[in-house]
Design a protein around this ligand. Structure first.
Ligand SMILES: O=c1[nH]c(=O)c2nc[nH]c2[nH]1
Ligand SMILES: [Zn+2]
Length: 488
């Protein structure tokens, strides 16, 4: 298709099987469904957003014209899965609520016995400091953004480094690829190595300049700033208060680390004796609100849980990182039971060894089971559906973006990944008699005494969850745009 022809399309209708998790624990399966997305730049309020959903639809083109009779066929692009079979489906794009783009060169390098504070000093700070060299930052940031997209991540909340210019480079790269991103220039003016520290004044002025750059120069609504005090030990009271005020005045997101490791928690208690607990430090210095993302939050006291609930902050559960640095097991189900409503997943590269949210979802499943065994509480186990919710709509809630992303609903942006269990390089083995018939839960002619019943769609999802990787991600869209095949 020529570029000029493509430009005429002001509406895209996606057709196939749509699966999402509208609630914690439920799986919504909509077979043979048409979802219409407005791509008309002259209607900015609808651009990239889902306009209609027609279930059990036989003629998606007709459904589109019925939705809007002013649309003619030449204005509509119809997208069907490349392998239009029952083993392929559309799923909401993954949301990574905590990832250090700058640590990607260390991904998979952890040091066997490292725990948080020695790992930071030995591996992390030198790697982050090196990214002030912009050609290096360009290569690393380009790779992590394309790699997360290849793994189905449509929204990511990034930490960069203290370096302003490298943070601008990261924003440019996210914008180039079309990924939805929050860009966090790290703020740290205390208790850090002399080769990787800023003064409070430098930190605040770099942050202000980054915010100004994103608002007034880059001007891509998909790429937003996020205020990023690294964690309480590396921030002075003055720094936290100043950037907290900036976040409040400009309605910006905030991200930081909380309660990851016992040595860290003791350190915070010694550094901030005026505060009730670790969470209270962020509250005291104006950093705790409904747009705050708290990574880890493993060892919280009941008082801290109540404070987070009161302030409606979100928690980013990073199970691969927590296992790798032996930080602990975040009690996700207990926190939900205690009334915390906003919990999502973070890869936490490079304390986490994978930039795939699907891998993090599997790790969340495993960690919850270890916790259930340790505490002899089977109710602490996370199900596949619950893990997939954390990876999508749960993450959207953490980012306070659940009105816009995280599931397939009219009015939401079309942020989506097409999954295929039998894509060309797939390593998933699925046998002919296991392939479901077109109608969910009906028996097919395969069924006999000797042949088992075919899978239901929830089995197909389970197979994907445990057996898949990026080879099963066929295409990725953000705001209705295909962002995976940038160079095609
Ligand atoms: O997992 C983590 N990664 C980090 O880079 C970091 N900095 C403070 N605390 C941290 N925890
Ligand atoms: Zn982190």
């Amino acid at each position: 298709m020529t570029r000029s022809k493509e430009l005429q399309h002001i509406f895209v209708t996606f057709y196939g099987n749509f699966i999402d998790t509208p609630d914690f624990g439920s799986l919504r399966v909509r077979m043979n469904t048409a979802i219409g997305v407005c791509m008309d730049p002259s209607i900015p309020e609808n651009f990239g957003k889902i306009q209609f959903i027609s279930e059990n639809c036989e003629d998606p083109l007709m459904a589109t014209i019925q939705y809007d009779t002013s649309l003619t066929e030449d204005k509509i692009k119809l997208v069907v899965p490349s392998n239009n079979s029952i083993t392929s489906f559309y799923f909401p794009g993954f949301i990574d609520t905590h990832i250090h783009a700058s640590q990607y060169p260390n991904c998979g390098i952890l040091g066997n016995n490292s725990t948080l504070l020695d790992w930071l000093n030995k591996y992390t700070f030198p790697t982050e400091a090196a990214l002030s060299h912009l050609p290096y930052a360009n290569i690393v940031y380009d790779k992590i953004v394309s790699r997360t997209i290849a793994n189905g991540t449509t929204t990511a909340t990034y930490f960069t480094t203290i370096d302003l210019n490298a943070s601008k480079v990261m924003a440019q790269i996210c914008s180039k690829y079309g990924q939805r991103a929050l860009i966090g220039k790290v703020c740290m003016d205390s208790n850090s190595p002399e080769y990787y520290i800023e003064t409070c004044k430098e930190s605040v002025s770099s942050l202000i300049e980054l915010v100004d750059y994103l608002e007034n120069e880059l001007c891509n609504p998909l790429v937003q700033p996020i205020v990023t005090p690294r964690f309480a030990p590396s921030c002075s009271r003055e720094l936290m208060e100043t950037i907290g005020n900036l976040a409040k005045n400009k309605s910006l997101h905030i991200q930081t680390h909380l309660s990851e490791n016992f040595n860290e928690i003791n350190w915070v208690e010694n550094l901030f004796p005026e505060c009730e607990n670790y969470t209270d430090v962020y509250n005291e210095y104006g950093l705790l609100n409904e747009k705050t993302i708290l990574a880890h939050s493993i060892h919280l006291t009941p008082e801290e849980i109540q404070l987070i609930k009161l302030k409606q902050s979100g928690i980013s559960h990073c199970p691969i990182s927590n296992t790798s640095l032996t930080s602990g097991e975040c009690p996700v189900k207990e926190m939900f039971a205690d009334g915390i409503e906003k919990i999502g997943l973070g890869t936490d590269v490079s304390a986490g060894y994978s930039c795939s949210i699907l891998e993090s979802a599997k790790a969340a499943y495993a960690v919850s089971r270890h916790l259930a065994m340790k505490k002899e509480k089977p109710q602490l186990k996370l199900s596949v559906n619950e893990c997939l919710y954390l990876a999508t709509l749960g993450g959207a809630k953490v980012l306070d973006m659940d009105k816009h992303i995280g599931s397939f609903d009219v009015g939401k942006s079309f942020d989506c990944q097409e999954i295929d269990l039998i894509s060309p390089n797939s390593t998933i083995d699925i046998f002919e008699w296991q392939v479901p018939t077109n109608l969910p839960n009906t028996k097919s002619e395969h069924t006999s005494l000797n042949k088992p019943e075919p899978f239901r769609m929830c089995d197909i999802v389970s197979k994907w969850f445990f057996n898949a990787d990026d080879r099963n991600v066929v295409t990725v869209w953000v705001n209705g745009h295909n962002i995976q095949n940038l160079n095609t």
